[in-house]
Design a protein around this ligand. Structure first.
Ligand code: 1GP
Length: 238
């Protein structure tokens, strides 16, 4: 199968919207016209077919590219520009690495738009994150273990995306830069605790793609400032 250059390779800033959380029309308008490169729809719990369709139809009034992170087969909704399939790399529980994905592929494999679908290797590093609790992720990893996980994602599995996830807290930017330095092919997504322009800039100097979530629901103005901050961050060496 010929795979086109994936659209996410040009994304530097992304907002992640949770279908299980309330967002009024004015807030959604400001998010979708903010200049962000894309919106990803996803969440660790409470994501259903209905609330995902509802959010998609509201985002579709805008031109911003819109991707779905498919974390539950029940919420696999057609009509997105792109689909991300998460695999959790640092869990001992196989169901979160390939188990649930295989079950979903058994049922829906022939319907998947493969050219618009990519796997994300998740490295979840905040033990308090909902995704960490759900998947039993082993978040305390020494330097050798971090390196081994990066080798797994980038060199062995050749995943297109490595997603370093600190959801809820701002992560270790030194670690993030070291991870990026080890990558040879994967794109580095970073998300977690970005609630200001300064944190967005720091993350943009470490990762290829910066993802902003929670602060959208708490302090929208601060969230919107992260768009410009990422634009102004020095461009990354390839
Ligand atoms: C969550 O990585 C994203 O999956 C963003 O994290 O919600 O902490 O911004 P925050």
């Amino acid at each position: 199968m010929q795979v086109d250059a994936a659209i996410y390779n040009s994304w530097r800033h992304v907002f992640k919207l949770d279908p299980d959380r309330e967002l009024d029309d004015e807030a959604l308008d400001r998010i979708c016209t903010s200049g962000t490169d894309a919106v990803i729809v996803g969440g660790s719990s409470g994501v259903t077919f209905d609330n995902t369709v509802d959010l998609l139809s509201r985002i579709r009034r805008y031109e911003v590219p819109c991707a779905l992170e498919v974390s539950s087969e029940d919420a696999a909704v057609p009509g997105f520009d792109y689909y991300f399939i998460p695999l959790v790399l640092n869990t001992p529980h196989g169901e979160w690495i390939v188990g649930r994905q295989i079950e979903a592929l058994r049922k829906y494999g022939t319907f998947i738009p493969w050219k618009e679908t990519a796997a994300e290797g998740y490295l979840i590093l905040n033990a308090e994150a909902e995704a960490a609790r759900l998947t039993g992720a082993q978040t305390v990893l020494d330097a050798e273990s971090i390196t081994a996980h990066v080798y797994m994602a980038d060199r062995l599995m050749r995943l297109p995306i490595l997603y370093v996830e600190y959801s809820g807290i701002f992560g270790d930017m030194t670690l993030l830069k070291r991870v990026r330095g080890l990558l040879t092919g994967s794109r580095l997504f970073y998300g977690g605790g970005i609630d200001s322009a300064d944190k967005a800039r720091q993350a943009a100097e470490a990762a290829h793609t910066v993802i902003v979530g929670n602060v959208l629901y708490d302090r929208l103005d601060a969230a919107l400032e992260t768009v410009q901050a990422v634009r102004e961050a020095s461009s990354l060496p390839e």
